[in-house]
Design a protein around this ligand. Structure first.
Ligand SMILES: NC(=O)c1ccc[n+]([C@@H]2O[C@H](COP(=O)([O-])OP(=O)(O)OC[C@H]3O[C@@H](n4cnc5c(N)ncnc54)[C@H](O)[C@@H]3O)[C@@H](O)[C@H]2O)c1
Length: 261
């Protein structure tokens, strides 16, 4: 049944919604915070780097506020989320990558990546999920990566966390769906942010990654924002447990060769 009386233009409207963006101080989280505010949400910019969170909140204006949060610390996550107004939308971006062959990866490096990407994400999802389930509403959006699906040398630990987060979110979607909460993931390809600065400092590496995409270029952070707004809003009311690839076609083609047709 279609709904002729439905105002389809309002599907993406986030007025009266509160969006908590963790990792809002940089890159994709920063662009997400701006985009959610532009669609009407009140945005809480959370980050380990409180100056960065403050800078972004100020740039957005009165619709935003800043808070410091360390995702690796379960107590900090529980306290901060309990003190804040209950979010209708959670966006989680923080992750780190130590690009090294597995055989050269130390215990400390392994633990450091797991502590934020997997364990920290778990702390955040657990607390936000509890709050949203109690209110029987909410949309959770977690950033995974093409590395949850395709790998290359030097990405083993990062890829494991990105695949782990993907499965964790699918399970959470199944657990929270009956409580009115949706859980989805976004998988970027290559985006120009501080996380990928190491690659941009190597012209061959940078160019090879660009060539791997169908568009033959890197993405800018704002090119992730439309997917965030979609998954945050009622436009995606029937979407849960899914991974939205925003990767310029990286995972669609193998990119080795264009036949002479
Ligand atoms: N940039 C890319 O090319 C790319 C590609 C694929 C996937 N991703 C994913 O997108 C997400 C966002 O990446 P980005 O490029 O915007 O990263 P970024 O490094 O630019 O931003 C990460 C933000 O997280 C914050 N942060 C770090 N540790 C934290 C902690 N313990 N608690 C709270 N905040 C903390 C940082 O201060 C920073 O503001 C990540 O999950 C990443 O894996 C990025």
């Amino acid at each position: 049944m279609t709904s002729p009386s439905l105002d389809y233009r309002r599907l993406f409207d986030l007025s009266d919604r509160i969006a908590l963006v963790v990792g809002a101080g940089s890159g994709i989280g920063e662009a997400s915070a701006h985009a959610l505010a532009a669609h009407g949400a009140r945005v809480i910019c959370a980050d380990l780097d409180s100056d960065a969170a403050q800078r972004v909140a100020q740039a957005i204006g009165p619709a935003a506020e800043a808070v410091q949060l360390d995702m690796r610390d379960a107590t900090s996550v529980a306290r901060v989320l309990s003190d804040l107004p209950a979010p209708d939308v959670l966006v989680s971006t923080p992750s780190i990558n130590v690009r090294k062959p597995l055989l050269q990866t130390s215990d400390e490096e392994f633990d450091r990546v797991i502590a934020l990407n997997l364990r920290g994400t778990f702390f955040l999802l657990r607390r936000a999920g509890q709050i949203m389930a109690q209110r029987a509403r909410g949309s959770i959006i977690v950033f995974t990566s093409i590395r949850s699906e395709v790998v290359e040398p030097g990405q083993g630990v990062y890829a494991a966390t990105k695949a782990g987060v993907r499965q964790m979110c699918r399970a959470l979607a199944a657990e929270l769906g009956p409580h009115g909460v949706r859980v989805n993931l976004i998988a970027p390809g290559i985006v120009e942010t501080p996380l990928t600065a190491q690659i941009r400092n190597h012209p061959d590496w940078y160019a090879a990654y660009a060539e791997k995409t169908i568009f033959r270029r890197w993405a800018q952070p704002h090119e992730m924002a439309g997917a965030v707004v979609f998954l945050a809003s009622d436009a995606s009311s029937y979407v849960t447990g899914t991974v939205l690839f925003v990767d310029g076609g990286w995972t669609a083609h193998d990119g080795r060769f264009t036949p002479p047709l």
